[in-house]
Design a protein around this ligand. Structure first.
Ligand SMILES: Cc1cc2nc3c(=O)[nH]c(=O)nc-3n(C[C@H](O)[C@H](O)[C@H](O)COP(=O)(O)OP(=O)(O)OC[C@H]3O[C@@H](n4cnc5c(N)ncnc54)[C@H](O)[C@@H]3O)c2cc1C
Length: 432
């Protein structure tokens, strides 16, 4: 029997999934597939919460598909090897999937496509995780935007509700391979164990979106949507979110979703920014990279409550409030003069919503080296930030039980001295 494969990756949902819907509309029965990619997994700790979340999301889809007399075949290995195996097990016509824009994924897909082409099997990809991808929103002269506000304006100009928000669902389950017993793996099979950290539920209610602008900067309030990991792994569709964001009178939430796409197109056009400063001069900064100070930062022991509370929240829950992320990132790069790449890597290890484009983009923003970054001489004062955004110490007390006790560390650097030192080092780098 000739079949098509639909390959799930960062789109772990059956509804409003562009590639999956198109696969179901095709001529051949569809075999849904998910691959735990061992090249990605080897980098992670055994109780990684994101792996547990992916595992549970895939098993949930599997159950739902089994109710429709089908399933999803789940494999563990190198995608190219798994496809080699699948081409010998099945008579494949096409592999269909949603596009992934990260450098590793682009290379992986290129190799899979080449393998399939040699066997005369098609490889078709769809846009699913964004409203606008790659170079759909560029300047009139075709160059990419490197400043957010004009990008956001062009995004809104080009946006057409009837075209971009069309919900794509096609529940023709009989077009799936009718087999409820397709291969599966357990967490243990892939070398992992269940994490104690859970991805929290999200809130995209009209109430939250209505008050988002006024409350989103205060970390003690539960006033942001916590949608990050769901967007990252595709358990919710961007079209659904934009639909809700448009209904809100205030458009701040929509603008945040556009920031996500802004950073994604930056990564697409400038893949070198994963490792290099967007503004080249910033790679001349003489980082101090003191390992003891880095350890104090990671463990929430810098003596600056807002920094410490944030890092402890991250270590305990895999989440940190956006305002606090800005403060801890600025503190690492400027006060401690530690390379933004160290902080980026630590966030990548810990954040449930870790997403390469947004993480690199925001870290380079904090370091001053990125697109649309704050000028280097604007240095967050972690004490003033605390007074402004957590004036009753509600947030910091929640995460630092010993805040007012003698065992709470003294500041590891003096704000004023560290600020002056950062200004000198940055100035030297950018004016050389
Ligand atoms: C140093 C640093 C590192 C960051 N790393 C990541 C990361 O790895 N992954 C990630 O998704 N976000 C990252 N962010 C952006 C932001 O902090 C998170 O998206 C947000 O805190 C997630 O919580 P939420 O879903 O409740 O956000 P909400 O405030 O409810 O926002 C909704 C969604 O909008 C998008 N969004 C909001 N702010 C930003 C932003 N500044 N940049 C890009 N998209 C944004 C996200 O997709 C977010 O989930 C980082 C920010 C900083 C300062």
């Amino acid at each position: 029997m000739e079949i098509n494969i639909f390959w799930f990756r960062r789109d772990l949902r059956l509804d409003d999934n562009v590639g999956f819907t198109n696969a179901l509309k095709g001529t051949y029965p569809v075999l849904p597939v998910f691959i735990f990619d061992n090249e990605i997994l080897t980098e992670l700790t055994k109780d990684d919460a994101r792996v547990t979340f992916i595992f549970e999301s895939v098993q949930k889809m599997r159950k739902e598909l089994q109710e429709h007399q089908s399933s999803i075949a789940v494999y563990f290995g190198k995608p190219i090897e798994i496809f080699r195996q699948l081409t010998s097990e099945y008579t494949l016509k096409n592999v269909i999937t949603n596009r992934d824009y990260e450098p590793y994924a682009k290379q992986r897909d290129k190799e899979v496509k080449e393998l399939l082409a040699k066997k005369d099997i098609g490889f078709y990809t769809y846009k699913d995780q964004v409203i606008f991808e790659k170079d759909e929103v560029v300047k009139d002269n075709g160059e990419p935007y490197v400043v957010y506000t004009p990008y956001m304006k062009k995004w809104k100009e080009k946006f057409d509700e009837s075209k971009h928000l069309e919900k794509v669902s096609y529940r023709q389950w009989q077009n799936l391979i009718q087999n409820t017993r397709l291969p599966n793996v357990t967490l243990r099979d892939i070398g992992f164990e269940r994490s104690k950290i859970k991805v929290p539920d999200f809130d995209i209610s009209a109430d939250l979106l209505a008050s988002y602008k006024q409350h989103r900067n205060f970390p003690s309030e539960d006033a942001t949507s916590r949608i990050g990991p769901h967007l990252r792994f595709g358990t919710v569709s961007i079209r659904e979110l934009v639909t809700l964001a448009l209904k809100a009178t205030d458009k701040t939430y929509l603008n945040e979703l556009i920031w996500r796409e802004f950073f994604m197109q930056i990564l697409w056009h400038f893949p070198k920014t994963t490792h290099n400063a967007f503004k080249e001069k910033y790679d001349r900064i003489q980082w101090r990279n003191n390992k003891e100070e880095f350890k104090a930062w990671k463990n929430g022991k810098t003596g600056y409550p807002m920094v410490d509370a944030g890092m402890r929240q991250l270590n305990d829950t895999g989440y940190m409030h956006n305002r606090v992320r800005m403060v801890v990132a600025g503190f690492l790069c400027k006060h401690l003069l530690i390379d933004w790449r160290w902080g980026e890597a630590y966030f990548a290890e810990k954040l449930l919503d870790y997403e390469l484009a947004s993480n690199v983009g925001n870290w380079q923003w904090a370091a001053g080296s990125g697109v649309d970054a704050a000028p280097y001489f604007r240095i967050f004062n972690p004490i003033t930030q605390l007074k402004k955004f957590d004036k009753d110490n509600e947030y910091v007390k929640k995460w630092i039980s010993e805040l007012n006790a003698s065992n709470y560390p003294q500041p590891i650097v003096d704000h004023k001295e560290a600020r002056e030192r950062a200004l000198k080092v940055y100035k030297r780098a950018v004016s050389e």
